[in-house]
Design a protein around this ligand. Structure first.
Ligand code: V07
Length: 249
């Protein structure tokens, strides 16, 4: 069966009224994809950007409301300088080629992470993306860059402590109040319904620890550069077969 036929078959099995509102993806396996082809790691990242283009388009087509992509973790600074430099060129590259289409398709670009360590050129590219899409009302495309969940939680605690000190709120903190201090709370993003991780690793790797509390988790051995719309459809189909209980018995 060719991939178009497989796509149509999966689309028929999927309940289009129950598409997960927020899908988050850990895009792993670019390096291994490259190594297995005898290519430099940068070639894997380059192909990974092609996958980002395809998955963003298709997510929008499916009616996903929020797509969060883990592009660069706070741990990724430990990689060799040439690789970090290459990775830091990707936000600008991606936005340079895709921003007109994102604007046209009513996609709103968003960003979570610590801007402080990001190079100026990356911040400028992000700002341009935020600025040019800020009035869009369609899918939110949320890039996690220099993101770490524990740092996010600690930073939320600091902001909250300061508000307590200033008497803005009391000390009887609720989960809802706390959530509001996270990156995702400040942007009013819902928690992810579905987390996808590629490349056969079964870890959260310090990604959205608070927000993933009740998310369905879906793993595939497929490397990110080989991930395509069929994998996304399969993940959504599997998601729809599960019964979400949110801690209820
Ligand atoms: C990166 C490609 C995807 C696989 C994972 C690592 C490599 C898109 C972006 C991006 C980020 C911000 C933005 C627009 C695009 C990106 C990095 C790495 C650092 F506003 N892909 N991608 N950023 N990879």
């Amino acid at each position: 069966m060719d991939s178009k036929a497989q796509e149509l078959e999966l689309l028929q099995k999927i309940d289009r009224s129950k598409i997960p509102a927020h899908v988050a993806i850990i895009m792993d396996g670019n390096g291994r994809w490259a190594r297995e082809r005898g290519l430099p790691r940068s070639a894997g990242h380059k192909q990974g950007v092609e996958t980002v283009r395809e998955i963003v388009r298709y997510s929008n087509y499916l009616g996903i409301k929020v797509l969060t992509l883990f592009a660069f973790s706070t741990e990724n600074w430990k990689r060799p300088p040439w690789e970090v430099n290459y990775l830091m060129s990707l936000p600008e590259q991606y936005l340079h080629s895709e921003l007109p289409e994102l604007v046209k398709n009513n996609v709103r670009v968003n960003f979570i992470g610590d801007r402080k360590r990001l190079p100026q050129q990356v911040c400028a590219a992000i700002d341009k993306g935020l600025q040019e899409t800020r009035n869009n009302s369609g899918m939110v495309l949320n890039f996690a860059l220099n993101y770490g969940a524990r740092a996010e939680i600690v930073q939320a605690a600091r902001l909250l402590a300061e508000d307590v000190r200033q008497g803005v709120i009391g000390t009887d903190i609720t989960e809802e109040q706390f959530s509001a201090y996270l990156y995702t709370g400040r942007l009013q993003l819902p928690d992810p319904d579905l987390l996808i991780r590629t490349s056969g690793e079964y870890r959260l790797s310090n990604f959205l620890l608070w927000q993933l509390a009740y998310s369905e988790l879906w793993f595939t051995r497929t490397y990110w550069p080989d991930f395509n719309r069929l994998h996304l459809l399969q993940a959504i189909y599997d998601f729809q077969q599960r019964e979400r209980r949110f801690g209820k018995s």
